[in-house]
Ligand binder design. Structure first.
Ligand code: ZN
Length: 294
């Protein structure tokens, strides 16, 4: 009897071991770094003449990333549409295995929905930060609003801000796709993550594009490798308290932001907010973003 019980326990144990462990992947998708995208006017604005075609290309690149995540053993994937009005990804064309976050505002912005239950973060279609040379449509958050954003003195593109937000939950970024510049800059910031260079920027608009099918192959393969290697990558941790420095393009917006508690005005256009932690910093950014003073 005892032997039988032990044998049953052993069987139960082996069946538990065969059960796939949870592996959750979070994908944040922007549009300027999607393959073939080179202008806002025609391609990456909802009113653009070719927008419908390019939102389809964006959705298919996200699907390629989803395939890569499931190839690597993901059990759950959450996607955040993080461009423009955050309603670009075509819900019908999107891979049926995932859930999709759409629209703003949201306190964690481009990292909305990420938490400590996730194992890896994947960035698709990201672009260089404001002022970055040789990077298609480079800007930070809003090209009319911010000239720079720093975390504890380090200037970060949107990819760095999302990485820091996910890092606050202990989740590493494992992959980024975009042009040759944002992929290089993000590796310099985060370490040896996987990348897919889907275009080579010649400047702010012009670039040499790989074919969309090749872009999707690079993304699928890169995401698979990245998710598989997640254990080798460290979350991007910003020491607390977080000094969030924002340089506004409009002096009057820096002025009004400086009315808030905890904000110091460094010069006409630049403020520093001392945040308790990265999540506090993210909420601050996603609040002052809506500050519009004419
Ligand atoms: Zn962006």
């Amino acid at each position: 009897m005892k032997f039988l019980t032990m044998a049953l326990l052993a069987l139960a144990g082996s069946s538990f071991a065969a059960e796939p462990a949870s592996l959750k992947v979070y994908i944040s998708a922007d549009m300027e770094g999607i393959g073939s995208v080179s202008t806002w006017e025609k391609q990456a604005s909802a009113s653009g003449a070719d927008y419908e075609q390019f939102r389809r290309l964006m959705t298919l690149e996200v699907n390629a990333a989803i395939d890569g995540a499931f190839d690597a053993g993901a059990t759950e994937v959450l996607v955040s549409d993080s461009h423009g009005d955050a309603q670009n990804i075509d819900p019908e064309l999107l891979d049926k295995r995932v859930k999709l976050i759409r629209a703003w505002p949201r306190p964690l912005g481009m990292a909305a929905g990420v938490d400590a239950s996730f194992d890896a973060v994947v960035l698709v279609g990201y672009h260089g930060g404001e002022g970055q040379a040789d990077s298609i449509l480079s800007h930070t958050e809003d090209d009319t609003k911010y000239a720079d954003m720093k975390l504890n003195g380090v200037s970060v593109p949107e990819a760095g801000f999302v990485a820091a937000t996910a890092g606050a939950f202990g989740v590493p970024v494992v992959f980024i796709s975009g042009d040759q510049t944002i992929t290089r800059v993000t590796r310099e910031l985060l370490g040896d993550i996987e990348t897919a260079v889907v275009k080579v920027a010649h400047g702010f608009y012009a670039g040499t594009m790989v074919h969309p099918e090749e872009a999707r192959r690079l993304i699928r393969d890169g995401v698979k490798r990245g998710v598989e290697n997640r254990g080798q990558l460290k979350p991007y941790i910003i020491a607390k308290p977080v000094k969030l420095q924002i340089t506004f393009k409009k002096t009057v917006e820096a002025e009004v932001a400086s009315y808030l508690r905890g904000v110091e005005r460094l010069n006409g256009n630049t403020i520093v907010y001392t945040a308790d932690d990265m999540l506090d910093a993210a909420r601050f950014v996603n609040t002052v973003y809506y500050l519009k003073v004419d």
